[in-house]
Design a protein around this ligand. Structure first.
Ligand code: ADP
Ligand code: MG
Length: 663
């Protein structure tokens, strides 16, 4: 249901929620907390760590009001518990002078700081110990205009209406000791205790993996006859302005052999960022077309689809192949025309996002399906697409290195090729960790690059300032900050996921045409964007990104002939953040980096859930949860064997839409 059907959500809040990517009640249910506050266990005063946001409890022992009145008034209150004392400063809260009683205990929730060498808190949330419910409360990533308590209330309302009957087969529920479906959402949002939370997470993860594995089983058909495609891809590669690298040639040969073999291709192509996967994919599409079939290329985002289209269309035009782009922003008439061309076969290659290509498109004779950056796709989409052609060849491209054993579980029985070298002449990207005090200087130094005509990206974790996440920069604040720093000498623009597609497109277009010097973005630009003239990638709050993601982001620069730079602004203090920065600064090898990523993340620790909590991410981490994955695979195989395809399909359909695998 639409989010505004929920009691307590009016038009204003609907807009706020939309900004957070929450449009339906289902979205809200699946918007998991960023962290939790455990009101059952406040920290002792001597356990508080500088800089952390924490809950503590203490007895008020001394009130020191100042004489000023009005907005600048300050009130100091000294609290103590058995372990230590702490002074707390309240600005502009004169009423507390009357309500806070000496000798009574209060809960305090806020950021721990230091003042004159002693621990303190400024304007924490203060609560009477007797009225605090001793429970675990979620903390959500919100935007301005929605408070934690409002959001909690909305989620609570929704949870109270939830009533789901068990939909998984009984024996699977029993065997894996799964909790009931409603329990999952209740305890992910409002965990009763650690055990309940773990049980809820377990089911959530198991479920996603089980359904994915059912999808795998449905698609599996090793002896499937494939279309024989014999035309050569040389007609395409001869038209390219460069010669394919040996690594590209080798992979293209694997692909051509598959397509000629008479058995349906199911191949995964791995290649580090910038290794030139697109050219290989395009050559395969050419081969399909010249053999008399249609081919589609699916991208994870519209921006990327558009970019693929723009870079490929000119070469295909020369080759006499007709290519169409399918986007959400198309006018109805244009869309209708494109769809009819696809149906009649006069359009030979279609490029677009998965949703568009998968849903109401009827193909004339689909022979090849390529998905770019596959780890962002749900299995559903692949299944649906497979149903469009008789048994089209399937090619999957990814920059995320996956160990072979895992790839087989994730993608089924597939063959794998690796583009293991970059095109010649690429320069190593200079990567540096930037401390807070070097930040301004670094931003100023970018002016030199702009003066040379180069361009830069700045990536931040958030779209706008969040009340729940202090110290995390957003596109909007940064824009203001940098505008002050650069004045009008640098042209800047913002791009993020909550913008309208047409707005995003026009920003990206202006950036790739060089009309924008500096692009301030969220990680929407993570995958695939190719603007060779950009030479600087600045990542704000780099500690909030995983290694694989940092590597992807860095891969947006160093794509042309100019020396490129990556600056990681690290506000993290933890060991893991430090190690990540060190790895990034010392290596540019995607395979090495992803291995280290695994090591650092390790198994276990799920009470904390997400690595960086971006909305499009899902909670399943196939690497971390490999045990659950194995159980899910075993069950799915058994279940598929027993029930046949039709039942499987129902199960898959229930979760239609987006579940993807977060690698
Ligand atoms: P990715 O593997 O990350 O998808 P792309 O396919 O986007 O990489 O290629 C990165 C850049 O390298 C593009 O600008 C592309 O035109 C260029 N490129 C690809 N192959 C070669 C090659 N053999 N020689 C020179 N440049 C190449
Ligand atoms: Mg790519």
């Amino acid at each position: 249901m639409k989010i505004d059907t929920l009691k307590g959500v009016g038009p204003k809040k609907t807009v706020m929620y939309e900004k957070m990517g929450i449009r339906t009640t289902e979205d809200l249910l699946n918007y998991f907390p960023d962290s939790y506050v455990d009101y059952r266990n406040p920290k002792a005063l001597d356990q508080l760590m500088d800089g952390e946001k924490a809950l503590t409890c203490g007895e008020a022992v001394l009130l020191t009001p100042d004489r000023k009145r009005g907005p600048k008034s300050t009130l100091r209150i000294l609290f103590k518990d058995g372990s230590d004392k702490m002074e707390v400063v309240f600005f502009n809260s004169p009423y507390l002078q009357k309500t806070v009683k000496i000798g009574k205990k209060y809960y305090l929730y806020g950021r721990v700081g230091t003042f004159n060498g002693r621990r303190n808190m400024v304007n924490p949330i203060i609560m009477d110990e007797n009225v605090v419910k001793k429970e675990i409360l979620p903390v959500y990533r919100t935007v301005k205009g929605i408070s934690q308590s409002e959001m909690r209330k909305n989620v609570k309302t929704l949870l109270s209406q939830l009533k789901t009957e068990e939909y998984l087969p009984e024996e699977i529920v029993k065997r894996n000791g799964l909790c009931p479906p409603d329990f999952v959402f209740e305890n992910i949002h409002f965990p009763k205790n650690r055990e309940h939370f773990k049980a809820a997470m377990y089911r959530k993860i198991y479920e996603e993996l089980f359904i994915m594995q059912l999808g795998m089983e449905m698609m599996k058909n090793p002896q499937r006859d494939g279309i024989v495609m014999e035309a050569s891809a040389n007609g395409y590669t001869d038209l390219l302005p460069f010669e394919l690298t040996d690594a590209q040639k080798k992979v293209l040969r694997d692909i051509e052999e598959d397509m000629e073999s008479g058995i349906s291709m199911n191949r995964l192509v791995q290649g580090d960022v910038g290794s030139g996967k697109t050219a290989v994919a395009a050559a395969a599409m050419y081969k399909a077309v010249k053999s008399g079939y249609q081919a589609v290329l699916m991208a994870p985002t519209e921006i990327l689809a558009k970019q693929h289209f723009e870079s490929l269309a000119p070469v295909f035009k020369k080759a006499g192949v007709s290519v169409r782009l399918l986007t959400g922003g198309m006018k109805a008439a244009e869309r209708r025309e494109t769809l009819s061309e696809i149906r009649e076969g006069s359009c030979q290659i279609v490029i677009g996002t998965h949703a568009l290509i998968v849903d109401d498109v009827i193909y004339n004779n689909l022979g090849l399906v390529i998905t770019d950056e596959q780890h962002r796709f749900g299995v559903n989409q692949r299944i649906k697409l497979g149903e469009k052609g008789e048994s089209p060849h399937i090619l999957v491209m990814t920059a995320t290195p996956i160990p072979r054993t895992l790839a087989v579980i994730l993608y089924g029985e597939l063959s794998m090729s690796v583009i293991d070298a970059l095109p010649a002449g690429r320069q190593e990207i200079v990567t540096k960790e930037i401390k807070e005090e070097q930040r301004a200087e670094m931003y100023l130094s970018l002016k030199k690059e702009f003066a040379k005509g180069r361009q830069a990206y700045v990536v931040t974790p958030l779209i706008e300032e969040s009340e729940s996440l202090e110290n995390v920069s957003s596109t909007e604040t940064l824009y203001g900050e940098l505008k002050k720093l650069y004045g009008d000498s640098v042209s800047m623009a913002i791009v993020h996921g909550a913008m309208k597609q047409s707005e995003k497109d026009s920003v990206m277009e202006n950036f790739s045409k060089g009309k924008i010097d500096l692009l301030i973005a969220t990680s929407v630009i993570e995958v695939g964007i190719d603007v060779p003239n950009s030479t600087v990638m600045v990542i704000e709050n780099a500690e909030r990104f995983g290694l694989a993601q940092l590597h992807q982001l860095r891969g947006r620069v160093g794509r042309g002939k100019h020396q490129s730079y990556c600056y990681l602004i690290n506000k993290g203090t933890g060991d893991v953040a430090k190690k990540r920065m060190k790895i990034m600064c010392s290596s540019s090898d995607g395979f090495y980096i992803s291995e280290k990523d695994l090591e650092l993340r390790g198994p276990g620790e799920i009470f904390g859930v997400r690595q960086h909590g971006l909305p499009d991410e899902c909670i399943v981490d196939a690497v971390k949860h490999v045990d659950i994955l194995e159980a899910a695979q075993r069950d799915a195989r058994e279940f598929a064997g027993k029930t046949g395809k039709i039942v499987n399909y129902k199960v898959v359909k229930m979760f239609d839409g987006n579940f993807s695998i977060g690698l």
